[in-house]
Design a protein around this ligand. Structure first.
Ligand code: ADP
Ligand code: TRP
Length: 323
């Protein structure tokens, strides 16, 4: 099956990215045809410092390789290495109703957070649709916040196919219910843009500070507590064994347990779980030429597919490039 997903180079990845999406990138790579890319054109809607965008792009490649992405199985590439995707964005724009984009929740959220409402930000879902459709992708692993973008992609593909013939595959999102929305230290959805994230490559004191800053209610130690409303427990559940999770559940409900205890254990679990990935990342950082080669090779593989599909798109729309 053709799998595709993208992540923006707009900062360092966090527990929400990992459990909501990146872990699924890795588990789905075996036995499938995965395409994973760094969504640099999307990031440009917000990151407009060239040096920073470069640094983040390399950073995401390192992150994904350190997490276990196998470049022999998956094509790992940067979005700009397949420029055909911007051509398809224009063509799809012409079958995308304004009303569809006007209903986009993520656009409204980003403007509410203070991002400049540029046209790129508004047209973002059309570029995302092009990313997915240009590789005839069937399954797209993402977190819950991307569900609407996937629905828009399906709508846009349907409109194109109806108007010009069946060129595109209608893709499906792959969202794991148990990790669809990972909470951040303030209890809202974990997100770089809320500044409430726990980074998976964070270490030492910085990591400790983040975990200890998780906001909890002011229930006294002796009071029984509801684990399912408690951010430290929800995060711990992502990492602990089923037995350990059940133990903490009973300890919450029995009372006599302070939040400091559960945070300490959470810190230990985060440290243990991500230690091998951190180690691998440190090693990869010494060999950026290797990472560049991976991106180059992935870009060529992805572009070959995109060019074939674009040929069909141009024929279908009456825009052949040779006569
Ligand atoms: P951010 O909101 O931090 O900028 P991105 O937009 O880069 O994150 O998201 C990359 C991937 O991680 C997407 O598939 C997204 O759905 C997923 N993701 C982001 N935050 C979370 C979260 N808190 N819980 C689950 N999945 C998430
Ligand atoms: N919008 C996605 C995010 O913020 C990133 C993205 C861009 C993407 N293109 C995509 C995800 C295509 C999946 C498929 O996380």
């Amino acid at each position: 099956m053709r799998i595709l997903s993208g992540i923006q180079p707009s900062g360092r990845p966090h527990l929400g990215n990992y459990f909501g999406a990146l872990r699924q990138y890795i588990t789905l790579q075996k036995g499938n045809e995965p395409f994973y890319f760094i969504a640099s054109y999307h990031a440009l809607t917000a990151v407009q410092e060239p040096a920073l965008l470069r640094e983040y792009t390399m950073g995401v490649a390192l992150d994904l390789l350190a997490l276990g992405l196998d470049p022999k199985q998956a094509a790992l590439f940067a979005q700009q290495d397949v420029p055909e995707v911007t051509e398809l964005t224009w063509i799809l724009s012409c079958v995308t109703p304004m009303g569809l984009l006007e209903r986009a929740v993520s656009y409204k959220d980003k403007v509410a957070q203070g991002l400049t409402p540029n046209h790129g930000l508004f047209a973002y879902p059309v570029l995302q649709a092009a990313d997915i459709l240009i590789y005839l992708s069937e399954l797209v692993p993402v977190g819950q916040d991307q569900k609407q973008h996937l629905e828009m992609t399906r709508d846009i593909a349907g409109k194109f196919n109806q108007q010009f013939g069946e060129v595109f595959v209608i893709p499906k999102p792959y969202i794991l219910e148990s990790t669809a929305v990972v909470p951040g230290v303030d209890g809202r959805k974990m997100s770089k843009s809320y500044g409430n994230e726990i980074g998976i490559f964070e270490e030492g004191n910085a990591l400790k500070k983040r975990v200890m800053s998780i906001v909890t209610d002011s229930a006294p130690v002796e009071a029984p507590k509801d684990p399912h409303q408690s951010t430290p427990f929800l995060l711990l559940s992502l990492l602990a064994s089923a037995e350990e999770k059940a133990e903490w559940e009973s300890r919450y409900e029995a009372g006599g347990m302070g939040y400091g205890e559960v945070k300490k254990r959470l810190l230990q679990l985060v440290e243990e779980y991500f230690a091998p990935f951190r180690q691998r990342r440190h090693e990869l950082e010494k060999d950026t030429d290797y990472v560049m080669d991976v991106l180059k090779d992935g870009g060529m593989r992805a572009r070959a597919v995109a060019q074939q599909v674009m040929h069909r798109v141009r024929e279908a729309t009456g825009l052949p490039t040779s006569y």
